[in-house]
Design a protein around this ligand. Structure first.
Ligand code: PLP
Length: 429
């Protein structure tokens, strides 16, 4: 983690004093350490040794320009799931031939953009159904182009075997994602016959925040087995993809590092005799989560008296809510929260809640917080701002980017009036 508290008690991210930063930028504000994110990508790429590979950053985790540009400079590609993310990835300098496009509902317009990106289109549209294969073939035929595709397989691994929250488990047979394993032979035959498609990869993604390599490697084996079948049937594959999902330590431990997933799955790839194929991984969270914090201001405390059977309740009400950081409400995720100013002596436990009118707007119980000042919500670099909304008429938070020990870019908090104007605007027809 790039967060430190020095001997004088100052909380710093990437060397920048957060108390000073908050006085200049205000709250709620996300702060990211660009250098630490780049170092994370470098460490992951080292795990491939000299094997041909692609780290396709899952842009959904954090699509801020300075972050995606930094990862592009480290040689990362991108895994995108919308036309908007495709534009961000290319606008940040990721070449189309390092971009894969996942998602179950690619629109015709998005398919066209992918096919027409650069001179030869993006590296691969990862198909998630046989129906989609037909649609991509039709769009490619209509523009007299060829489209490169990969089959994203649904490996039907048990939800429980993945060992993560049900909402981020994507490779079980009730999930909408991927081509069912039993349908892959049919997809292979169709791809083989399609005049405007080139099948170049087989991939999988079983889920997010994995804290063991078991399910990841099991899904990898399914991909490698299918890749062998595809090659026997004449497909000129270029890659096998084993997805993202590498877990991070949100404070409750995570025994495995992102590089452990890569090493474990590479060993299987070799065992299948497929080492000539490029190995693709699609990490999002593990590159960015630990290198971002969400800063918030304490608005007030609130106490409810205790009765004979009820303990006293002490809430700390802060100015960041579930509209700024949705993960606790959506996944019952827990983020550590610490005071920004260390000089406080009046620390105690509080239940931290936000301003949104939902009981789910609750960041949980945290020890050692003060009744005023600022707090930092840790490990908020992934699935934070990208999931933020204007719910309850709240403005989107600020974003601050730190590099070389200083602030290098700021996206100010949206003006509250922007929401009002949006709601009042009426388009006459
Ligand atoms: N690849 C695909 C297809 C995904 O759906 C996701 C996350 O939902 C990812 C990669 C990234 O997962 P993570 O951020 O857990 O690494």
């Amino acid at each position: 983690m790039s967060l430190t508290r020095d001997a004088s008690g100052l909380l710093r991210l990437g060397g920048v004093d957060l108390a000073d930063l908050v006085s200049r930028v205000g709250t709620p504000s996300y702060v990211y350490d660009i250098d630490a994110i780049a170092a994370e990508a470098r460490a992951l790429r080292l795990a491939f040794d000299d094997a041909v590979h692609l780290v396709a950053y899952a842009v959904k985790a954090n699509s801020a320009g300075p972050i995606v540009r930094g990862l592009a400079a480290e040689g990362c590609g991108a895994d995108v799931v919308s036309g908007g993310e495709l534009l961000v990835a290319m606008g940040c300098g990721i070449p189309p031939d390092r971009i894969v496009f996942s998602g179950v509902a690619k629109t015709d317009d998005e398919i066209d953009r992918a096919i027409h990106a650069g001179e030869r289109g993006i590296l691969a549209l990862q198909i998630e159904s046989i129906e989609e294969l037909h649609r991509i073939e039709a769009r490619a035929r209509a523009s007299a182009r060829r489209a490169q595709i990969a089959i994203r397989v649904n490996p039907a691994v048990e939800k429980e075997a993945v060992g993560t929250h049900a909402h981020v488990t994507t490779g079980h047979d009730e999930a909408k994602f991927g081509v069912a394993r039993d349908d892959v032979p049919a997809a292979l035959s169709l791809a083989n016959r399609a005049k405007h498609l080139d099948l170049i990869g087989i991939s999988v993604h079983v889920g997010s925040q994995l804290t063991s390599t078991d399910a990841y490697v099991a899904a990898g084996r399914i991909v490698f087995d299918l890749a062998r079948v595809a090659r026997e049937r004449g497909a000129s594959l270029q890659f096998v993809g084993t997805g993202g999902g590498f877990g991070i330590d949100y404070g409750e431990g995570c025994a495995v590092k992102p590089a452990d997933f890569v090493r474990a799955v590479r060993a299987e790839q070799r065992a299948f005799g497929l080492e000539a194929l490029s190995l693709h991984v699609e990490p999002g969270r593990s590159l960015v989560a630990a290198h971002g914090v969400l800063l918030a201001q304490v608005i007030q405390t609130k106490r409810a008296p205790h009765g004979a059977d009820t303990p006293e309740r002490a809430w700390l009400v802060i100015d960041a809510g579930m509209n700024d950081l949705l993960r606790p409400a959506l996944y019952q995720a827990r983020h550590r929260i610490v005071p920004v100013e260390a000089s406080r002596r009046d620390l105690r436990a509080y239940r931290v809640v936000g301003p949104v009118c939902e009981s789910a707007d609750d960041f949980g119980e945290h020890p050692d917080l003060a009744d005023s000042g600022f707090v930092a919500i840790l490990d908020a670099g992934a699935y934070g701002y990208t999931m933020a909304s204007r719910y309850n008429g709240r403005a989107l938070p600020a974003e601050v980017f730190v590099q070389d020990g200083r602030i290098v870019a700021v996206a100010e908090r949206e003006a509250p009036d922007a929401w009002v104007e949006g709601r009042l605007r009426v388009v006459e027809r």
